[in-house]
Design a protein. Structure first.
Ligand code: G16
Length: 540
């Protein structure tokens, strides 16, 4: 074992979901090593077993070899790694749980582009399979600020292309099929015969894996196990640069899929997933499903899938996600929870059996089957529902809104703003919160305004300053927060919501329905004054 002297490198602070930086920064001297040593110093490695895998982006393979050598040098007993160092984030979460390991390291920058000049990331998941909580990531960050050495074995690379057992020093390395266990888990939750019958009956689907990690998973499950027509899965070969795509499944970045689904002779169902396979977008023929609506529809219909036939224990959503799912919880007579942004906040609720289904506006949906959001899981639950209800996506949405009313919803992103300007805007807004109630703008009167704070109902931990909420008397809502996953300047996220009870006015264009709320948000937050921006870069 070699002990290498090092020095703290500034800025190794994990964000919403691990440490994400430009790839050249991660490839810089000691950068990856310092952070990985900080992980092992905090969680301990001696005698432990970890899962390791990533989304296949540029530097994934090299980083995997370094992490293996460091795990061995730090005394780990065993590492389970996906063949080719590949694992989707939900598959990694499943392997951690299935093998009862002490946690896992996932190499991914999620939906951010990959490549030599794009993004890379590393995050640690704990033994429940979910992202490390804030207390743990804070401790890792603190460790990076006083680190002075790291431990590594000086050995040759091992062959990660071959499934089977090998070793690095005294540490066992099990190279496993990244897809098989995950596919079996999906088969245990969903009515595969019913979905297979749907495909057999001529139902057409387009699954866009955006040249990222879900390709092999989608081909195995949709085409091989469920019999979807060959060619259903497109962009299904993971590439180190995602083929130049921005693997973020939303209407902007999955434009080809949107064009196809809104074009003539479109398939019946379309879906896309992100870099590491935890996000999803679903779209019917001519019918886009917003993530907030998707969560609500999935929760309302989950009992149609065998894995959820006994009903749900509760539904959890992140604060900026629309309240559509809350209405479903009320009608089912179960609890609903509102957590800060970040999947890690669902972990305790899932572990305690208080929530079964969770979701976020940022194209994330999942359940207690793993401790991560799960893109293919959501897509398969939609397919299961479509197979049982035998209706189109548009018809299911329309029926849902007719029953529950519609929470019009949109998120506007303003990207790569100078951080000091974004911070000044948020500080001014936070400073003005007390003065807002009673003010009327665009015909909307502010009822309440606060900075969201969350007390975890299971362990009592408190997370403050999680986003500014402005609630209007008619139930409309504005939320503003700065992204915790970007790598360039700051990204302002503006979340907009307005409720229509129906039966009239349920089929408006969301941007039209939200127009007064959008104008009120710009006036209240003085977005243009602070950032110079009027038009968002991405609208979802
Ligand atoms: C990560 C978290 C998600 C969260 C998202 C928010 O997503 O896992 O739970 O909703 O970040 O991102 P931001 O802070 O930019 O709004 P992912 O898919 O990047 O891991």
């Amino acid at each position: 074992m070699t002990i290498i002297s090092t020095q703290p490198i500034a800025g190794q602070k994990p964000g919403t979901s691990g440490l994400r930086k430009k790839t050249p920064i991660f490839m810089g001297e000691h950068y990856l090593e310092n952070f990985v040593q900080a992980i092992f110093d905090v969680v301990g490695a001696a005698g432990k077993t970890f899962v390791l895998g990533g989304d296949g982006r540029y530097f994934n393979d090299t980083a995997a070899q370094i992490i293996l050598r460091m795990a061995a040098a730090n005394g780990a007993a065993r590492v389970i790694i996906g063949q080719g160092a590949i694992l989707s984030t939900p598959a990694a979460s499943h392997l951690i749980r299935l093998n009862k390991t002490d946690g896992g390291i996932i190499m991914s920058a999620s939906h951010n582009p990959g490549g030599p000049t794009e993004d890379f990331g590393v995050k640690f998941n704990i033994s429940n399979g979910g992202p490390a909580p804030e207390s743990v990531t804070e401790a890792m960050y603190k460790r990076t600020t006083d680190i002075s050495e790291y431990h590594i074995l000086e050995t040759a690379d091992i062959d990660l292309g071959k499934i089977g057992r090998t070793s690095v020093g005294d540490m066992i390395v099990d190279v496993v099929d990244p897809v098989a266990n995950y596919a079996t888990l999906m088969e245990s939750l969903f009515d595969f015969p019913a979905i297979a019958a749907l495909f057999k009956g001529g139902f057409r689907m387009r699954m866009d894996s955006m040249c990222a990690v879900t390709g092999p998973y989608a081909v195995e499950i949709l085409e091989k196990r469920l019999g979807a027509a060959s060619g259903t899965c497109v962009n299904a070969t993971p590439l180190p640069d995602f083929g130049g795509m921005h693997p973020d499944p939303n209407p902007t970045w999955a434009k080809a899929l949107m064009d196809e689904m809104f074009g003539a002779n479109s398939p019946d169902f379309g879906a896309a997933s992100d870099g590491d396979g935890d996000r999803n977008m679903v779209v019917g023929a001519g019918a886009y499903v917003s993530p907030s609506d998707s969560l609500a529809v999935l929760a309302a219909n989950a009992h149609l899938a065998p894995g959820y036939a006994a009903g749900l224990k509760g539904i959890a959503r992140s604060m900026p996600t629309s309240a559509a799912a809350d209405r479903v919880a009320v009608s089912l007579g179960i609890e609903s929870y509102e957590t800060p942004t970040g999947w890690k906040f669902f972990g305790n609720l899932l572990d305690a059996g208080r929530a079964t289904i969770c979701g976020e506006e940022s194209f994330g949906t999942g359940s207690d089957h793993v401790r991560e959001k799960d893109g293919l899981w959501a897509i398969l639950l939609w397919l299961n529902i479509l197979a049982v209800r035998k209706q189109s996506v548009a018809a299911i949405l329309a029926e849902h809104w007719a029953k529950f009313g519609r929470n019009y919803y949109s998120r506007h992103d303003f990207e790569a703003i100078a951080s000091n300007k974004a911070d000044a805007m948020m500080a001014a807004l936070r400073g003005s919160l007390a003065t807002l109630p009673g003010q009327t703008l665009e015909g909307l009167t502010v009822q309440a305004a606060d900075d969201f704070a969350y007390t975890d109902p299971v362990d009592g931990s408190i997370s403050k300053a999680q986003g500014v909420r402005i609630l209007f008397e008619d139930g409309s809502r504005i939320v503003l927060r700065l992204s915790g996953t970007g790598t360039e300047g700051a990204t302002l996220r503006l979340y907009l919501e307005r409720y229509a009870a129906g039966p009239e006015g349920l089929d408006l264009d969301p941007q039209d329905a939200l127009a007064p709320v959008i104008r009120a948000a710009h006036t209240l937050a003085k977005i243009e004054n602070y950032t110079g921006r009027v038009t968002p870069d991405v609208i979802t």
